[in-house]
Design a protein around this ligand. Structure first.
Ligand SMILES: Nc1ncnc2c1ncn2[C@@H]1O[C@H](COP(=O)(O)OP(=O)(O)O)[C@@H](O)[C@H]1O
Ligand SMILES: [Mg+2]
Length: 318
């Protein structure tokens, strides 16, 4: 039991026939975090998500949400969670308010509570102007926003989002993530999300887990996972160096712990490493201090896409 963690899994397994979808998985998810799950098709993301959302049962191991056991205390767990799955769960022949009222009643909320919370959420999701229009007239982005607003109606402690932004344009995706992370900040909601858009996780996720073959390969902040890769690329071009300066530079670079590989030529330095921003600042400062004239410098920072490629594709496997 630990108040610090919202979700804990211990040795959780799930099989379908002979297929092991979750392989003795253990994982802890912090309260109030925005937790992203990344992995290729068939990795076990949906299996894990539906198990946590109490839509299926594990074959072995224990899972707790908010210190409640998802098997023996499933009713209490369900009060604490909200779910938005890929298929939209709203009905389009009613208004936003019709949808909220029905969802609220299903969650045993009284009408005044539904109205208060509904008004707040419609405003947050920028749907208050259209709240009495038929949902059938909404754009895809608006429907998605309503779907998520409904899943937050009973003020859950945990919100499960399975690919919430698939099919939305980049601007709608950004807006949606702003709203979700604002609400998470304000209400302390833990967000568990799977997505194929890694760049949006880079901006909002507090933690990311890499999953494959039913196992968690690694967990960390986006920065930690990117730094572990040590794949930032730095290139500096300068005026011709003499051999003693080349030697001096070589010595300096070889002592930088973040650098994993480098090539020095009389007119250029190319490096691969972690924390590229820090390395390039140090290097430029060193070169300027030694009165080297810099002609061009470039930093290409690794991204979560590189983390994905390195972990889940043959091209990335070393
Ligand atoms: N209902 C099911 N019956 C049989 N096999 C399943 C079922 N659900 C998932 N699987 C298998 O379990 C593995 C994990 O699937 P899933 O959790 O859907 O992966 P992901 O969501 O990461 O793409 C896959 O090999 C998949 O074929
Ligand atoms: Mg899936």
């Amino acid at each position: 039991m630990c108040a610090h963690y919202e979700i804990t899994l211990n040795d959780v397994s799930k099989t379908f026939g002979k297929k092991i979808a979750l392989d003795k998985m253990s994982l802890k998810i912090k309260k109030g975090s925005i937790f992203g799950l990344i992995g290729p098709n068939g990795a076990g993301k949906s299996t894990l998500t539906s198990l946590l959302a109490t839509l299926s049962l594990p074959d072995g191991g224990t899972v707790t949400i908010s210190d409640l056991d998802v098997i023996s205390q499933v009713k209490q767990v369900r009060k604490k969670i909200g779910i938005t799955f890929q298929g939209l769960s709203i009905f389009t022949t009613g208004t936003a308010w019709d949808n909220l009222l029905i969802a609220g009643k299903m969650n045993d909320m009284n009408t005044s509570k539904i109205k208060d919370r509904g008004e707040y959420l419609l405003k947050e999701f920028n749907l208050n102007q259209v709240s009495n229009d038929l949902v059938g007239t909404y754009s895809g982005g608006m429907k998605r926003k309503l779907d998520i607003a409904i899943s937050l109606l009973h003020k859950p402690e945990v919100l499960f989002l399975d690919e919430p932004t698939t099919g939305l344009d980049p601007e709608s995706r950004n807006i949606l993530w702003q709203i979700i992370s604002n609400i998470s900040d304000r209400e302390g909601t833990t967000i568990f999300v799977t997505t194929h858009y890694l760049e949006e996780l880079n901006n909002v996720a507090t933690d990311i887990a890499l999953i494959n073959n039913g196992k968690i390969l690694d967990v960390g902040t986006p920065k930690e996972l990117i730094n572990k890769l040590a794949a930032d690329h730095i290139e500096i071009h300068f005026s011709n160096l003499n051999s003693s300066m080349i030697q001096k530079l070589d010595e300096y670079v070889s002592n930088l712990v973040e650098v994993v590989n480098y090539t020095i030529k009389p007119r250029s330095l190319i490096m691969i490493g972690s924390k590229g921003q820090q390395i390039i600042s140090k290097l430029l400062e060193f070169l300027i201090r030694n009165e080297v004239e810099i002609e061009f410098s470039e930093l290409k920072q690794a991204t979560l896409n590189d983390v994905y490629l390195a972990n889940f594709t043959e091209k990335g496997a070393k």
